[in-house]
Design a protein. Sequence first.
Length: 521
Amino acid sequence: MRLAAIDLGTNSVHMVIANVTPDGRIEVIDRVKEMVRLGKLAFTTGQLSPESMALAAGALKTFGRLARVRRVERLRCVATSAVREARNGGRFVSRLRRETGLPIEIISGAEEARLIFRATRHAFGLEGGPHLLVDVGGGSVELSLAQDGRPLWIRSLPLGVARLTQQFLTKDPPSPGQVRALEWHLEHELDDLLTRVRRAGAVQAIGTSGTVHTLVAMALAARGDDAPRLHGASAAADQVARLRQRVLAVDAEERAELPGMDAKRADLMPAAVILLDTILSRAGGLDLVVCSWALREGVLLDLARVSSVQGPASPAGRRRSVQALATRYAGTNAHGRHVAQLALQLFDTLAPDLGMPPPSRELLEYAALLHDIGHAIEHDRHQRHTFYLIRASELLGFSPVEIETMALIARGHRKQAPRLSDPEVQTLPPAHRRLVRGLAALLRVADALDRTHFGVIEQLRTSRQGGRLVITAETGGESAELELWAAERRVDALSRLLDRPVLLRARAARRKTSERIRAAR
C-alpha cells in the first residue's frame, strides 16, 4: 500500500512516501523536507509568524502535488507543538486545509509520544531493558521508559530546543548565567522522571529526531569513525559532555563548521547539548543510541493498520530486512539462497574448529544471501559493490557492528580474503575481526561450490582423514567438475585457519565414488 506521512513540526515540514506491507516493512519511495521554522518566536509571542506560515503553506502545497504524482493511496498530516500551542494555530490549520486539500490535524503531546514509541518499538523491538526513549523536537521532548517492548510510562514535556533557545539562550554563544538558568530549569522539570529512570536501572537511551542524529554524528566524527548510516550508532555520555564544552565555546558561525554538524541546526545545538547531557548524566550515564524511525514512521504504521507483529529487531524481522535487500538487487536470488544453504552446512560441522560462536551462524547466512547483490552495479568488482550496498542500506534490526561484519564477510567471498591488518577489519571489535576471517573462509568455499549457479551440489559432508579435512560434495548425478575447480582456488583461507590440508571431492547422492579427488592446501 502506497502511504504518506507529513509532520508539520516546530522547525521543519517533512513528508515520507513509502510502500508499507501488512507485516510492517517500510520501503521508502521519497522523502522531502523544508525548513520553515514555524516555532520562530512562537514560544515567546504565542503566535505563529506570517512569514513562517507562508513558508509552511507553500511547502505543503508542493508536498500535496508530489503525493498525487506518486499515487499515494492514504495520507496523514500531523501538526505538533508549535501549532498546537500557538493562539492562531487552529486558524492556520483551517487555512491550510482550504488551500492544500490535505487532511491536516493537530495532535496532542500524548498522541505524538505514542506514535514515536510505536515506531521505535517496531524498529528496535525494545526487548529487555529498561530502555529510555528520547525524542527531541523544537517545541517538546517526548520521554518513555520501556521494558520488554511495553511502555512503563510515556511523557510529553515542553522542553524542545527551539523553545529553550528562545526562553534561555538569547546570546550566542550563551553566557554562563544563561547556561546555569537553563540547567536549573531542566533539573526542576526532569528530576523526578530521571530519578525514576536511574532507579529502574535503564540500560541505554534510544534517541530519535534530527537533533539526536546530529549530536551522534558529531560524536562519531570526533572519534574518527566512518558511519555510512546512523541508525544504531551511539555516543557515550562522556562524549556528549565533551561535545557540550565544544559547542558552548563558539558562536553559530564557528559551530556550523564543527565536524558532523548539520549547519541548519547550529543555532539550536547549545540547547540540545545541554538538554541531552542533562538527560544522559542524570539517568545514570547512559549511552545514546540513534533510531532512524520516529513520528512519521509511527504515522505510517498506523495508516497501514499494522498489527502487533514482530518488528525489524526480532529474528523474523531481521530476516525480512535481509530478504528485502536481496530481492531489490538480486531478484529471486536462487544462487544466493543455495550458497547460504551450503555455507550453513559447512558452519554446522566446522564452527567449533574455527572458534565461531553459534550466534554467528545467522550473520553467515545473511552475508551469503547478500553476497552477490553488487552484480546490480558491476560484475568485475561486484564484491566491493556488495560491501558498499550492505553498509549503506537500511537494514533495520541490526547493529552497526553486525552490518559492518556482514558487509566484510560478503566482500571476502572472492578475490582477496579478509586479513586482520585490513583497515576496515581493524575498525571492528577483536571478536568480530575473527568472525570476518572465519565466516568469509566458509563463504568463499560455499560460493565456489555453486560456480555454475545450477545447484549441482545438494549436500556437503566433512570428515577428517590422516590429518586432513575432507569436504565431500554430494550431487544428484550431474558433473561437479566446474564446482571442484573453482573451490580449489578458494579453499586456501579455510586451510590456513584450520592449519591442515583440505581435500575436495564429489560423489553422487547414491554414494558412488566420484570421478576424482582434488586436494588443496
